[in-house]
Design a protein. Structure first.
Length: 532
């Protein structure tokens, strides 16, 4: 279960706070940025054009309220579905891919809209007969690999439509980036029969023959290749089975097969000189009707440990990570949402990045080394990077460890998320590739001045021009970026960009102590939109 942060603008408007002494001014410590111009760039494959694709993700939430005798009761239906879109630059570079990708996503959205309508009708009919069930329809997309050759991801759909338990199943999508063609398994295999025999061996070795309570060999031999759900990743091809070949109680089964197998054509082997980020399909439901999906990919499982004092709250107190027999339990997290990513680096190392969301939408991220003993190597306050506007909002899907976007939360004249790009280093830390964070904030949170202000003018690159401008009371300032410590840049109505230098004369870090030009910020602006 994944989420996209609720737009802070909504919370800000509802929770306008000025002079809140227990709210801390929380700039991120500034690090020396790496100059991307001076970096060596990877050489793209000769047949590739346009560079590595960039993908954005949006989420459509489903919530159908229900009332009994005018009183709010259990909803008819809850859930969400994800949708991927290509960045404008990727669409321009790969027009055939853009057309096929958009058509595929449109078909998928239509499918979930039809399911929504069907489930809502059935849920309402059950209510009329006295049976109360909240139907669940959740679809999460997990990017497994994105480079100049392929975009490959799985759709994990979890549904509950009354009865004893729900169901989690998979669909897979594999696109040739250069041609836009959606690839079939037949186009990737060299020999169907040999493949199915090897699959049988791996399944029985991994899970034991007793896990399959009927003739697995015959089942596999009768399956059409288009029935398999599979995805490319950095190490090979992973196959997903959910109730296809074993009993419901077996849960989700996965098999990973390496690229160097003679079973696969070598056209889509990844570039060994670059890194990859693959998201692990997890599902930690907040309903006893649904079962946990804890990964089981690359011999990794991530299992939630729920708060025993509040079993109905579904708060995840900690996580237990297991890989190749090594086990590690995290410190107390007390969160309600978890995303997990495997980071593969060109030197062959693997790291696990866990991103969590807890109360007040606070985000934390942790990196664990998976080479030998599992151990935590870094901790940041990252969420997935954001792009677009507050009315047209997307998360930036992590794909490339050398250029990955993260968002951080700031309380600097208001509460907002700021996104910038980073490079993942061999020691498990992230180095910023740019100085400024791009702000994601609603126009409704514009700062309106109560006094005349003289402020420096800056250019598009963030350099002060040496010019200052004096602006009257009543001027509107739209925050566009910050350095994360003491500078906030805004646009004004004539299109110029100005800079506020924030001062904290008491050094205690409270937002109520922030000053601009020697004046307390609360005396400078009409409202400071801080989220509580």
């Amino acid at each position: 279960m994944r989420k996209i942060n609720a737009l802070l603008a909504i919370a800000c408007i509802a929770l306008a706070i000025t002079g809140c002494k227990n709210t801390v001014f929380n700039p991120v410590p500034e690090e020396e940025p790496v100059n991307p111009v001076g970096q060596e760039t990877e050489e793209a494959p000769q047949n590739a054009v346009g560079g590595r694709p960039e993908i954005f993700c949006s989420k459509e939430y489903l919530f159908e309220e229900a009332y009994a005798d005018g009183v709010y009761t259990d909803p008819y239906l809850t859930g969400h579905y994800d949708k991927y879109v290509l960045s404008p630059e990727t669409k321009d570079a790969y027009p055939a891919l853009a057309e096929a990708f958009e058509a595929s996503m449109s078909d998928r959205v239509m499918k979930y809209q039809e399911l929504h309508d069907e489930y809502l009708d059935v849920s309402k009919q059950q209510r009329e007969s006295g049976e109360v069930n909240t139907f669940i329809l959740e679809s999460d997309l997990f990017m497994r690999r994105a480079d100049e050759k392929v975009i490959s991801f799985v759709d994990q759909c979890s549904e509950y439509a009354a009865g004893a338990h729900g169901y989690t199943g998979y669909n897979s999508f594999n696109f040739d980036v250069q041609t836009g063609k959606e690839l079939s398994l037949e186009e990737v295999l060299t020999n169907k029969g040999a493949f199915q025999k090897e699959l049988f061996k791996i399944l029985t070795d991994k899970y034991g023959a007793s896990e399959f309570n009927y003739d697995l060999d015959n089942i596999l031999s009768r399956m059409n290749l288009n029935e398999y759900k599979w995805a490319f990743d950095s190490n090979g091809i992973t196959f997903y089975f959910a109730n296809d070949i074993a009993a419901y109680a077996s849960g989700v089964l996965t098999v990973s097969m390496p690229y160097d197998s003679t079973l696969f054509k070598q056209d889509y082997v990844p570039d060994s000189k670059v890194g990859y980020i693959s998201e692990i399909p997890l599902y930690f439901p907040d309903s006893y009707h649904m079962d946990i999906v804890d990964g089981q990919e690359d011999n990794i499982t991530i299992t939630p440990n729920y708060d025993p004092e509040n079993p109905d709250m579904y708060y995840i107190q900690s996580l237990t990570i297991n890989k190749d027999g090594e086990t590690f339990t995290t410190d107390d997290l007390y969160v309600w949402d978890v995303d997990a990513f495997i980071i593969h680096t060109p030197d062959g190392k693997e790291n696990l990045m866990i991103m969590t969301t807890g109360d007040s939408d606070y985000n934390c991220s942790y990196v664990y080394s998976l080479d030998g003993k599992i151990q935590q190597v870094s901790n940041d306050y990252f969420d997935q990077g954001e792009t677009g506007t507050t009315d047209d909002f997307y998360e930036i899907v992590p794909c490339d460890p050398a250029n990955v976007a993260f968002a951080s939360r700031f309380d600097m004249l208001c509460t907002f998320d700021g996104t910038r790009y980073y490079s993942f280093e061999s020691d498990g830390t992230f180095t910023p590739l740019e100085k400024f964070y791009k702000a994601m904030i609603s126009k409704q949170c514009d700062l309106i001045s109560k006094v005349e202000l003289t402020v420096p003018v800056v250019d598009e690159a963030g350099e002060e021009t040496g010019e200052t401008v004096t602006l009257p009371a009543g001027e509107a300032y739209s925050i566009i970026r910050t350095n994360g410590t003491d500078e906030v840049d805004c646009t004004i109505k004539d299109g110029r960009i100005i800079r506020f230098h924030l001062e904290d004369p008491l050094g205690e870090g409270y937002v109520s102590d922030i000053e601009i030009n020697g004046m307390n910020a609360e005396d400078v602006f009409e409202t400071l939109w801080y989220a509580g």
